[in-house]
Each structure stands twice: as structure tokens, then as C-alpha cells.
Design a protein around this ligand. Structure first.
Ligand SMILES: O=C(O)CCC(=O)C(=O)O
Ligand SMILES: [Fe+2]
Length: 393
């Protein structure tokens, strides 16, 4: 048997000592989950958190920190592979393909420098990672799949259950739209934000690693990230606040599909990631010298889910009866996925892809577009009739 590559341990940088304007987020303590009384209390707390701030913490979710840190270690080892090796896993990014490697430098930031964000997505679409992966990760594929599945079972299923309760729906309403062994576009991600040199920092006009945006699926899970750079825009006040890393927690936000399905009662949360620049904010000085490694799970409903407003007594009472597709009299898309015809002609391929793909693929194509001169060039472009791709400031 070949010798498995040694994966060095990952050590997180210390948290910043700066006193930033932190968001005050609710904590969904899953040790209270499982009894009728506990579930009712958590469901109430959760829907309030979702509707006021859009972000919340989850704690006591039953995955030990060593398992989380092993994933950070694997992510670190992946990013240390030679660039030529990583480039073997680049996809057809221009046509919205997602699961694989996205190199840094696809977009110019305002002021000139190119972005330094690298992304490695692993699809768990039918319960297994089926895409090509480098040998380094192949050796650990069971461990990676088990980790993804544990987030699905221990965090996503309970949260989906609690959201259903808060909307007075059957308890399995949302879990049925997210079966582990059915095709969807959920994925686990290792993400790297490379640091900028002081000279590059001086050139940047705004300090965004990634502009204000919303995510596409149901819920995004962010494993505790000690480098302060994530900011959220509170629904209540419209103010940008820093997300503080809380020990042993996940930072969680709600996304586009959940907003469509609830006619906007649950909003897709706006958030952004700061780098270093003059106009927006400087990241804490004590963390400016490090690369920021991220570990995230993006949960999405199955591809055949139609994104129409669901029938819930709570939504009816509150008057949330139509999403933007329905209100505008537009066709309601499905969550949709990977329609990519095998064609030589790039132009024909792009045209057919855009004609037949539904929500996910269309938004991915918009989001991944190469941008030469400014990162907001695609702001406001129509992705589907009734829905625009937007960057929020
Ligand atoms: O890295 C983070 O803190 C958040 C990343 C993010 O918002 C995204 O990739 O959609
Ligand atoms: Fe995001």
C-alpha cells in the first residue's frame, strides 16, 4: 500500500486584540435540541435571529475541534501543492462550473491589484465526492466525506427541522428537500485569501476581498474563522458589523433559495469579506500579515426543487405570499444545476447553457465572470427575469 502523505497540523492565528464593531449574534445551542420543549424554544430563537440579523452562531453541534482542524490542515496542504498541480482541476468557470479549483486573479479589484482568492469546492451531491481530486486529497477522501456528512446530519438536519417548526410546517418539510443521497449542488469548500503586500494595499481603493453579496442555497456554514475579515449587513439596521469568531462555533447565514421559498419572510443575508484598503475598512493590524484559510459548507436544496413560495400558515398570517419571480409574473425557476452540453464551440456552449440552466447555474456563471477592470462591473445584471445579480455596498 502506498504511503499516505503526512499532513502537518494546522494552527490558527490568535484572534485580533482590536476592539471592532462586532455584530451581536444569537447562539443556537444544539445541546438543547431533541426534546419538544427544547426544539420549540430553539425554533423561536432561530427565526428571530434569522429575521433580525440574518447571521447566527451554532454551538454544541457534536463535532470535535480536532476533526475541524484536520479539515483546515487538509485545506492548508492542498493550497501548498504546486500551482501546476492545482491548475489541473480548473473547471469551465465561464460556464458556471463550480466543483474543483478556481485560481486567484480572475478579477481586478478597484485600484488595480488582482484578487488573491483561491477556491477548492468538493461536491457532495449524491452523498459522495465524485469529481477528480488530487492524490493528496484522494488519500483522505473517506475522512473528508465523513466530515461533510457529519455537518449535514448534526447541523443542517436540525436547523432545517427547526426552520420548519418555526413556519408551522411538517417537521421534515425542509429535510426532505435536502436528502444526502439525492443530487444537489451542496459542497464543502477550502478557501484561501492570500495576503496583500503593503505596496498592494496602498493601491487598493476599497478593501474588499469579496464584495457584498448573498449566497445561493439554503444555509451556509462557516467553520470558526479567527482572522477577522467577514462583515455582515444587519437586516434591521442596514449597518455593516464584524463577525466575531466564537470558540467552538459555526457562523451561519441564510441564502437565496430559502428567501425564494418563503416569499422573502426569510431574507438572504448580505455579507462581505474585507482585505486591506482605504475606503471600507482595514482588517485588524495584528492579522494583516497572514493568509486567511476558510472552511465552509454551502447547503443547497435538490436541483428539481421549484423555487415558489411555500404554503405555510405563518407566511400567510404575515403576508409573505409571493417571491420576486411570482410577483413579477415571471417563470419560476428550479434550483437547477449543471446543464453543460459537450460542445466544441465555446459560444454555442455558453448560449445553450444560459438558455437551459436554472437558478444555480445562472448565478454561478454571473458570479464567476472574469472582470478586467473593476469587480462591480456585473452589478445589477439580470440573471433570470425577475432576479438581478447584485453587489451590495
Ligand atoms: O470567508 C468568509 O468569511 C465568507 C466567504 C463567503 O462569503 C463566500 O464565499 O460566499
Ligand atoms: Fe458568501
Amino acid at each position: 500500500m502506498p504511503h499516505a502523505t503526512h499532513i502537518p497540523q494546522y494552527s490558527h492565528v490568535p484572534e485580533t486584540k482590536e476592539d471592532l464593531d462586532w455584530a451581536d449574534l444569537a447562539n443556537i445551542d444544539l445541546s438543547q435540541y431533541g426534546t419538544d420543549e427544547g426544539n420549540a424554544r430553539l425554533a423561536q430563537q432561530l427565526i428571530e435571529a434569522i429575521r433580525t440579523k440574518g447571521f447566527f452562531y451554532v454551538t454544541n453541534f457534536g463535532i470535535p475541534q480536532e476533526k475541524v482542524d484536520r479539515q483546515f490542515a487538509l485545506g492548508q496542504a492542498f493550497y501548498e501543492l504546486p500551482l501546476e498541480e492545482k491548475l489541473k482541476y480548473v473547471l469551465d468557470l465561464d460556464n458556471g462550473e463550480y466543483n474543483g479549483y478556481r485560481p486567484a486573479g480572475r478579477r481586478a479589484l478597484s485600484g488595480g491589484p488582482k484578487d488573491k482568492v483561491e477556491v477548492w469546492n468538493m461536491a457532495t451531491n449524491d452523498g459522495y465526492i465524485t469529481q477528480p481530486v488530487p492524490a493528496l486529497l484522494k488519500e483522505h477522501i473517506d475522512e473528508i466525506e465523513t466530515f461533510g456528512k457529519s455537518l449535514y446530519e448534526k447541523v443542517l438536519n436540525p436547523l432545517n427541522h427547526l426552520i420548519a417548526l418555526s413556519l408551522e410546517l411538517p417537521p421534515d418539510f425542509f429535510t426532505k428537500l435536502h436528502r444526502w443521497d439525492t443530487h444537489d449542488e451542496s459542497h464543502l469548500r477550502y478557501m484561501k485569501y492570500g495576503k496583500f503586500s503593503p505596496e498592494e494595499i496602498a493601491k487598493l481603493d476599497d478593501g474588499l476581498w469579496c464584495g457584498g453579496h448573498t449566497d445561493m442555497g439554503t444555509i451556509t456554514l462557516l467553520l470558526r474563522q479567527p482572522v477577522a475579515a467577514l462583515q455582515i449587513r444587519e437586516h434591521e439596521t442596514g449597518k455593516w458589523k464584524w463577525a466575531k469568531p466564537l470558540d467552538g462555533s459555526l457562523t451561519v447565514n441564510t441564502c437565496d433559495a430559502l428567501s425564494f421559498l418563503t416569499g422573502g419572510y426569510i431574507k438572504s443575508t448580505i455579507h462581505r469579506v474585507l482585505t486591506s484598503g482605504q475606503q471600507v475598512a482595514l482588517p485588524p493590524a495584528d492579522q494583516r500579515h497572514v493568509d486567511r484559510l476558510g472552511l465552509l459548507y454551502f447547503s443547497r436544496p435538490q436541483n428539481d426543487v421549484i423555487l415558489k413560495t411555500i404554503d405555510s400558515p405563518v407566511l400567510k398570517r404575515a403576508g409573505f405570499l409571493q417571491n420576486e419571480f411570482e410577483a413579477g409574473g415571471h417563470p419560476v425557476p428550479t434550483m437547477g444545476g449543471q446543464y453543460t452540453p459537450f460542445l466544441r464551440s465555446k459560444m454555442l456552449k455558453a448560449k445553450l447553457t444560459s438558455m437551459f440552466s436554472e437558478f444555480t447555474k445562472r448565478k454561478q456563471t454571473w458570479q464567476q465572470a472574469k472582470v478586467k477592470d473593476h469587480q462591480y462591473a456585473k452589478d445589477g445584471e439580470e440573471i433570470l427575469p425577475g432576479f438581478k445579480g447584485q453587489y451590495f455596498k
